[in-house]
Design a binder for this molecule. Structure first.
Ligand SMILES: NC(=O)C1=CN([C@@H]2O[C@H](COP(=O)(O)OP(=O)(O)OC[C@H]3O[C@@H](n4cnc5c(N)ncnc54)[C@H](O)[C@@H]3O)[C@@H](O)[C@H]2O)[C@@H](O)CC1
Ligand SMILES: [K+]
Length: 510
């Protein structure tokens, strides 16, 4: 699903009106109906609802919601329209006219002084102050109103965006001066700002409401940000053919594990096999042989010369994917071995965890990364590699810059893992849950991505598929085990079922 920038929304609205032969007020009615429906499913008609409307179309939506709720029997609706400069958008003005003709509705138009209504945790506020037309941070009365709403404890439903939050970049915005929603109801496609952790408290739960916007225009408008859903990954998955053998599904070489961290090798190998790789070889410290051979009997083991850690990353056979990182530690001799690997390997490469920490210790190695190498840092590893970042927006911008500069794929792990391609396009993932914040989860992801590389998928597809499937496996496992009890082996064990769910279009994915 595309993530559009706020300034393109008008274009999509106009195209929708033209293609469907409706006017903008009819589209607004559709949007308002969708919002009102969500409120009706959550609150009884006896609920006191305070509607705050700004001067633009976000305010127009809010006025229309107030009217619809009132018509549906919600008699405790109080409306405040902020018309402080005496200029409303055309559609907001039309909605105002409709509302003031309604008998009995409690309507206040604020032109200068404003006596805020009493609000408590028993009330619902519908926030239609500003949406994607916000052009500067909230100031003066609007800022005070946002703070007043936040302090009230009322349940806040924000239309399109919490007022004061920009659709895209908010690093300089003081979140205290932004309305804090409990529920954000946005239209059809998400905004970029939904994917940054700093906005999570402001957005509350967010939901997309389908208002039947024009598909062809949405296909046409270019965007650098996308949300990956089941329908996007399904077409990438190739069916397995009848007359095939394990060699057709590739061989993965995993440089993984060291003394005390052999579990990383086990988890990666398991996930790799559960994601369809034909053959998996673990190269690790000699000490790890009995561990790997017992825990993952399907994998082969290639012992390093060294007892406790890896000192040789020579690739002696043909492998369709090579992984370095999980649990390898950052011993100098391991860093040397990694340097050799980066300079000599011809196989598609995935680098994770300690491989990235090794590179952080010897940053010139970044210039040795083969094109289309996939690196999978979490925030800490990313900052060790590319410098400290104060917020997730700056970090994402840096990831885009680095993916382009080094011609690599960066999988920046987080709640919405962002896979950044060498083109600079960003693919946010839609699967996963907080139960997956557990030791070894990243080792599993690395194994899944490597499995798809080995099976002949293009690196950018392997990364996107791997991230989605890893998250879905976690979502499926969590249903049985719960967020507290979920461990990484569970995620690895569910990978196969996750792939099957996508291929078979199982609900609720489709
Ligand atoms: N496709 C969609 O997403 C649809 C969107 N609609 C609504 O239309 C909204 C966008 O409408 P608009 O473009 O009119 O934008 P807004 O309603 O967000 O606000 C624009 C108005 O607010 C003023 N303004 C902006 N920032 C301000 C600030 N900090 N302080 C004071 N005044 C400020 C502007 O001068 C302008 O008058 C969306 O957020 C959504 O609610 C729906 O009506 C229809 C479909
Ligand atoms: K709003």
């Amino acid at each position: 699903m595309k993530i559009f920038e706020s300034h393109t929304i008008k274009e999509i609205d106009n195209a929708t009106c033209e293609a469907q032969n409706i006017d903008s007020l009819q589209l607004m009615e559709r949007a308002a109906n969708a919002v009102a429906c969500e409120i009706i499913t959550r609150f009884f008609p006896t609920q006191r609802i305070v509607v705050i409307a700004g001067p633009g179309n976000n305010g127009g939506d809010a006025l229309a919601v107030a009217r619809i709720l009132y018509e549906q029997g919600y008699k405790k609706v109080e409306v405040f329209l902020f018309n402080v400069i005496g200029k409303l958008s055309h559609d907001c003005e039309e909605e105002r006219k409709k509302l003031i003709t309604m008998d009995g509705i409690d309507f206040t138009e604020v032109k200068r002084d404003f006596q805020p209504p009493y609000l408590s945790e028993n009330d619902v506020v519908v926030d239609g102050m500003f949406g994607c037309g916000l052009n500067k941070q909230l100031q003066g009365g609007f800022m005070m109103l946002a703070r007043y709403i936040n302090d009230s404890g009322a349940y806040v439903v924000s239309i399109d965006l919490p007022s004061g939050l920009f659709g895209e970049w908010n690093a300089d915005v003081n979140r205290r001066d932004v309305v804090h929603a409990d529920l954000t109801l946005s239209f059809q496609t998400p905004k970029l700002s939904f994917f940054f952790s700093e906005n999570s408290d402001v957005l509350g739960e967010w939901k997309l409401l389908d208002i039947d916007l024009d598909d062809s225009m949405m296909k046409e408008i270019p965007t650098n940000y996308l949300l990956v859903e089941a329908k996007n990954v399904r077409p990438l998955l190739k069916p397995r053919k009848l007359f095939t053998g394990k060699r057709d599904y590739g061989s993965v070489l995993l440089f993984s594990g060291s003394i005390g961290m052999m579990g990383a090798a086990v988890l990666s190998a398991r996930a790799c096999l559960r994601s369809g790789a034909g053959l998996v070889t673990v190269h690790s410290a000699r000490i790890g042989m009995p561990v790997v051979q017992t825990a993952v009997p399907e994998a082969m083991f290639e012992p390093d010369r060294n007892e406790n850690y890896i000192t040789d990353m020579g690739v002696h056979h043909t492998h369709q994917a090579v992984v370095a990182g999980p649990g390898i530690g950052t011993n100098d001799r391991t860093v040397d071995a990694l340097e050799e690997l980066l300079k000599t390997t011809k196989s598609p490469l995935v680098l994770d965890a300690d491989a990235l920490n090794c590179i952080a210790r010897r940053p010139q190695l970044l210039t040795n990364l083969p094109s289309y190498t996939i690196i999978t840092p979490h925030i800490g590893e990313f900052d060790r590699l590319f410098g400290e970042h104060n917020n997730s927006e700056d970090r994402l911008k840096k990831a885009i810059e680095m993916a382009k500069y080094h011609n690599i794929i960066i999988v920046l792990k987080g709640h919405y893992t962002a896979t950044v391609r060498p083109t600079g396009r960003v693919y946010f993932n839609s699967t996963g849950n907080p139960g997956m914040a557990t030791a070894g989860s990243g080792d599993v992801l690395t194994g899944v991505i490597a499995a798809f590389l080995a099976q002949g998928y293009r690196p950018e597809h392997a990364a996107t598929l791997g991230v989605y499937i890893h998250g879905l496996a976690g979502d499926m496992a969590v249903k049985e085990i719960g967020e507290y009890g979920l461990v990484s082996s569970d995620i690895a064990n569910y990978c196969g079922r996750a792939i099957r769910a996508i291929i078979n279009r199982e609900s609720p994915l489709f």
